[in-house]
Design a protein around this ligand. Structure first.
Ligand code: ADP
Length: 378
């Protein structure tokens, strides 16, 4: 019988696991949030991932449960584990990815370099942090943020008055995360995969470009990173994966600062936007590797097919919503490009697909990938 993988969440990450599962001969099943999700093609169930009975019923028919996102509540994850379900990544690792304050605390305990940070519960505490950090800082809601939602650069506590109100209304020990505004020279990301029996592999370090808090472009490998920088990023990501017991893919978002130091911004315990280039650009894609890892199968080689790979996100899409109408021109103009769309309706700012080009010269590859993706702009 084929090995059965159950994925909770029907977004584009689950969708992109499907071709890899088909190639490996795996039986992939998705618990989707509702109809018309990106991963519809593999959806065998629909339901609320906050509901333990729904998730447990789905999990009983698979060999391992994994995720499209990190939002499944801890109590639901514990129900699965207590019922003997293999869950990868497990609840303890996921707890660190689910809450940005927990993440900062654990990374600091591990001695991993992170921006200066504090948990603040009111305006006075934030004012003190601002006074100590040159009057500007970045405030984040600890949970549920993505694509820069839940991230604000502030110079006055009034800039996050609404978030403090929510903290006060929730009572208990809720807080906001405040961090120094890091004067980074660029952003990088390091992905690794780890299987439960311990094997860990790393892909090349990549450079990422964000616009308005959203990943726009990824360049693999990160230009001028060979040697010390690449080694440091890989060592750091492997150390984090091992220390936190992460299983599956771990993506570590990094800031590179003037002095060539790297600081960890974020951890994602699943395939990540900064690793999409691996589908067309590496021997083993992050999606195939994630499936191998969560099934505790030997991991695949991570080398790149070409000296440069560039991935451009397609955000928003054509204002008229007619994505397919753009195909003839785009595909004709860029036969060298690989187009990926997620079955999502175009909406301003929404990630609806990506384009990857690989080649020998990074500037040429950047140019061609941008030109190919531009066919799907407004
Ligand atoms: P999300 O979880 O929504 O992706 P992140 O914490 O990754 O949010 O932040 C989104 C982007 O905001 C980052 O990629 C970076 O460009 C910027 N950013 C986040 N934290 C800081 C910081 N401490 N200093 C400077 N820029 C930051």
């Amino acid at each position: 019988m084929a090995l059965r993988v159950g994925v909770i969440g029907g977004g584009q990450l689950a969708r992109m696991m499907v071709p890899a599962a088909v190639e490996l001969g795996l039986d992939i099943r998705v618990l989707a949030e509702g109809p018309h999700m990106s991963a519809d093609i593999a959806a065998t169930a629909e339901g609320d991932y906050h509901d333990a009975d729904t998730v447990l019923a789905f999990a009983r028919d698979v060999d391992v449960v994994t995720f499209d996102h990190e939002h499944v509540p801890q109590d639901v994850l514990r129900v699965l584990v207590d019922a003997g379900v293999a869950v990868h990544p497990g609840p303890d690792a996921l707890a660190v990815a689910q809450d940005k304050i927990t993440m900062r605390r654990r990374l600091s305990e591990l001695g991993v370099p992170v921006p200066d940070w504090a948990a603040v519960q009111d305006a006075a505490e934030l004012r003190r942090f601002l006074d100590d950090h040159g009057g500007r800082a970045v405030v984040k809601t600890p949970r549920g943020g993505y694509d820069g939602k839940g991230v604000r650069v502030v110079s006055d506590p009034a800039d996050v008055e609404d978030w403090f109100l929510a903290v006060a209304e929730a009572a208990g020990d809720q807080a906001l995360l405040v961090e120094e505004l890091v004067p980074f020279t660029r952003e990088l990301a390091q992905s690794v995969a780890r299987r439960p029996s311990g094997e860990v592999v790393a892909w090349p370090l990549v450079e990422t470009v964000q616009r308005d808090g959203v990943c726009a472009e990824v360049i693999a490998p990160a230009p001028d990173s060979a040697g010390r920088l690449a080694d440091a990023a890989e060592d750091l990501a492997v150390r984090v994966a091992e220390a936190l017991g992460v299983t599956g893919v771990l993506a570590v978002e990094l800031f590179q600062t003037d002095d060539e130091r790297i600081l960890v911004n974020e951890l994602a315990m699943r395939p990540h936007n900064t690793g999409h280039w691996t589908i067309d650009g590496a021997t083993t894609s992050q999606f195939e590797q994630h499936l191998r890892a969560v099934l505790d199968l030997p991991l695949g080689a991570t080398g790149a097919h070409a000296p440069a790979a560039v991935m451009i996100n397609v955000l928003g899409g054509p204002a008229d919503g007619d994505l397919a109408g753009r195909y003839p021109d785009a595909l004709a103009a860029h036969p060298e490009a690989k187009f990926h769309f997620y079955g999502k309706a175009p909406r301003p700012g929404r990630k609806i697909g990506h384009v990857t080009v690989i080649g020998d010269d990074v500037d040429d590859v950047v140019y061609r990938a941008r030109a190919a993706a531009a066919h799907f702009d407004d």
